[in-house]
Design a protein around this ligand. Structure first.
Ligand code: AMP
Ligand code: MG
Length: 391
């Protein structure tokens, strides 16, 4: 059986051409940049006061200063500050000619004659200098960046109002199983509600890709074949859940092959998610994810998410943390790497949760991360550091 790392290498081996489109920068949150972004100006564009106070010469700060002007933010100073003079200045306003520092208003007193007295003996210059944050033509964002709110602010600062981003890949989703009913129904004694499809739709949406839900394939070869065929025609990546284990009706891998898919692996030494199947078909890739909802969730995190990011040309790393365990964790068997739901608490410790296994979707509810225990390892000691991935 291959390891999860080997599986990931296989999944990411295929090259994808990343199609791109130009959109408004405000709509680019969670999209991936398909171009480098450069600044059209210096930032700040002028020497700017960092404080509300009085602009003057550093040489004069211990003298009484004559007030010659008030400079609000957004106005250009009219007067040059001379010896023992100052201009009242607001945060963000341009520093007037002649001044080389700003004394903070909190540290000053207005004398009866209207002059200003600095009550301390030293000050920083309190000036943000022209171009100290960004210089004109500087590259401020790189192609492949996953766009977050701070990147939107950077684009706003440099006047990048239209931006080239990767097109959203279209991800097909098929649930399988004759026992599966949609959530609006009350299941009878042999049925179970479809949670996987809606979990996958949401996981896909969280990556700013487009989910294309193709419904439930009942456990018939014909229905499964038709849905897979349609999915391969309509989407860049197709995700199925269920039908990949050892039961009489688990024929998803066989039907994938019938539909022309080349299977690249059908087992991984990981828990949950051992029967995860992956193949390629012309331009599309296809996953047969396990039916149990926690398995499907975890395999999406470990394998599908990196693939979707690759399809969007994203080169931002997925964060993985190395944190100490709050309590001891034990497992009976150790022939597979395993991932289980945990909480990273406010003290930075990893707490295990009440979790019965891969069907226990409710066990995933309180989790904010999944935690790894390596192949061959039966327990994690209290205080031992473990790899966790925020979810
Ligand atoms: P399977 O691999 O098809 O045997 O499915 C494994 C388990 O996952 C079975 O108990 C299924 O009923 C359950 N399961 C399969 N698909 C779904 C789904 N879409 N939503 C919730 N549970 C599912
Ligand atoms: Mg099934």
């Amino acid at each position: 059986m291959i390891s999860i790392q080997e599986a990931l290498n296989i999944v990411l081996k295929k090259d994808y051409s990343v199609d791109s489109e130009i959109i408004n920068f405000v709509d680019s949150l969670h999209r991936v940049l398909a171009e480098d972004v450069f600044s059209d100006i210096n930032m700040p564009p002028f020497n700017k006061s960092a404080m509300d106070g009085f602009a003057c010469r550093m040489l004069d700060i211990n003298n009484e200063l004559e007030l010659i002007e008030t400079i609000p933010a957004g106005k250009i100073p009219k007067k040059t500050v001379g010896v023992n003079q100052c201009s009242k200045i607001m945060t963000g306003a341009p520093i007037p000619e002649g001044a080389d520092c700003v004394i903070m208003v909190e540290d000053t007193k207005i004398l009866n004659n209207g002059n200003i007295l600095f009550l301390k003996d030293k000050t920083k210059d309190n000036i943000c200098y022209l171009g100290e944050d960004i210089t004109e033509n500087q590259k401020v964002l790189s192609k492949g960046t996953l766009i977050r709110p701070q990147h939107i602010a950077i684009m706003a600062s440099v006047g990048k109002t239209k931006v080239l981003v990767a097109k959203k890949p279209k991800i097909g989703i098929i649930a399988t199983g004759s026992e599966i009913v949609e959530p609006g129904n009350v299941p009878n004694q042999s049925q179970i509600r479809n949670s996987n499809a809606y979990q996958l739709i949401s996981q896909v949406k969280s990556l700013a890709a487009i989910p294309n839900y193709l419904g439930i394939a009942i456990d018939s070869e014909e229905d499964t074949y038709q849905k897979i065929k349609k999915g391969l025609e309509e989407t860049d990546l197709l995700l199925l859940t269920g039908g990949v284990s050892m039961g009489d009706f688990d024929f998803v891998p066989k039907i994938m092959q019938k539909a022309g898919v080349e299977i690249l692996f059908d087992k991984i030494a990981v828990q949950p998610g051992k029967p995860t199947t992956f193949g390629i078909h012309k331009k599309a890739s296809i996953f047969g994810l396990p039916g149990n909802p926690v398995s499907s969730f975890v395999q999406f995190e470990l394998l599908v998410k990196p693939l979707i990011y690759k399809m969007m040309g994203c080169n931002s790393a997925l964060p993985e943390l190395f944190l100490p365990m709050k309590n001891r964790y034990e497992r009976k068997r150790s022939e597979r790497e395993s991932w289980f739901p945990v909480i990273i608490n406010s003290e930075g410790f990893v707490e295990t949760l009440d979790y019965n296994g891969s069907a226990h979707i409710n066990g995933l509810g309180p989790a904010n991360a999944i935690c790894r225990i390596e192949l061959g390892k039966n327990c994690i000691e209290q205080g031992e550091r473990v790899y966790v991935r925020p979810i």
